[in-house]
Design a protein around this ligand. Structure first.
Ligand SMILES: Cc1cc2nc3c(=O)[nH]c(=O)nc-3n(C[C@H](O)[C@H](O)[C@H](O)COP(=O)(O)O)c2cc1C
Length: 260
């Protein structure tokens, strides 16, 4: 990414009109790989955005700027960062380390949870899949949501039964998690292959995984097709938690779980 700093003397200039020069930098992976000196074309605030656009910069750093000029730079896809002062080369090195540019938008909310969702089809068949698209979605009443891709073998099971269990996963279960997240029950009995232990849910007609420290039984109250996933909103009916994790009020000490 290329960026520029308005410079007076050796420091960042307070404004772009009275700067001596513009320093143009190119940053690659946090390091400056190019430095170029451009003379200030004169105090022509209207022309400056077009002038600097020629150098294909994505950002301009200076002390201050009025809204109208900032807008004119924005129209040229140049982000103006104001409030900058100090030695221009030092500022450039610091900026290179934090400079931002457009990134891939998929799965950009991180860290992503890693849970195992267990379910049962209307024919009584059990299944478990790894799920990363999930989260808390209501405090009162307590609810969570899980996103299931319609092509998953588990999808018609959850859609048909209207319930599922979210199992929080400890690092010790990593091998099983990876297997259940990369094999479909459509192709063979993955639960038997990994000796996955199952226990009956207390409130819903789906199995829980007793080897996971926390199991959240849910009934589906709604679902939204968001795109690639259908988000199933689950009202929490019962939470099983290892007794050693609970305080006197039943609150779970999540810090004791060595999450994946
Ligand atoms: C880390 C991880 C996260 C995943 N997240 C999801 C998810 O959020 N939704 C989904 O439908 N599949 C997700 N998958 C893929 C399924 O777990 C995988 O396709 C699984 O084999 C489906 O099993 P099934 O066909 O037996 O239902 C994830 C897999 C991994 C490894």
């Amino acid at each position: 990414m290329k960026f520029s700093i308005a410079v007076k003397g050796a420091d960042v200039s307070k404004n772009t009109g009275c700067c001596d020069i513009f320093l143009i930098f190119e940053e690659k992976r946090g390091k400056i790989v190019m430095r170029q000196i451009i003379n200030n074309p004169g105090h022509k605030p209207d022309l400056l955005p077009g002038f600097l656009e020629e150098f294909k910069i994505g950002a301009l750093l200076c002390g201050e700027m009025d809204e109208q000029t900032r807008q004119a730079f924005a129209e040229k896809n140049i982000n103006v960062i104001t409030g900058v002062s100090g030695n221009a080369d030092k500022i450039a090195e610091e900026f290179a380390l934090t400079a931002k540019q457009q990134a891939n938008m998929q799965s950009c909310l991180q860290p992503m949870p890693k849970v195992l969702v267990s379910c049962r089809g209307l024919n009584g068949e059990n299944n478990v899949l790894a799920v990363g698209y999930c989260g808390n979605c209501s405090y009162a009443p307590p609810m969570v949501m899980v996103g299931i891709v319609p092509t998953r073998y588990s999808y018609p099971m959850i859609k048909g039964s209207g319930c599922f269990v979210v199992n929080l996963v400890d690092k010790r279960y990593k091998e099983t998690f990876d297997y259940l997240g990369s094999h479909s029950k459509r192709d063979g009995d993955k639960l038997a292959a990994m000796n996955v232990r199952l226990q009956e849910g207390k409130k819903v007609n789906a199995p829980i995984l007793p080897d996971c420290p926390v199991n959240i039984e849910c009934t589906v109250v709604d679902s939204i097709v968001t795109g690639s996933h259908e988000m199933f909103i689950g009202k929490i009916e019962y939470v099983h938690a290892a007794a050693k994790l609970l305080d006197s009020e039943g609150k779970i000490d999540f810090s004791q779980i060595n999450f994946l």
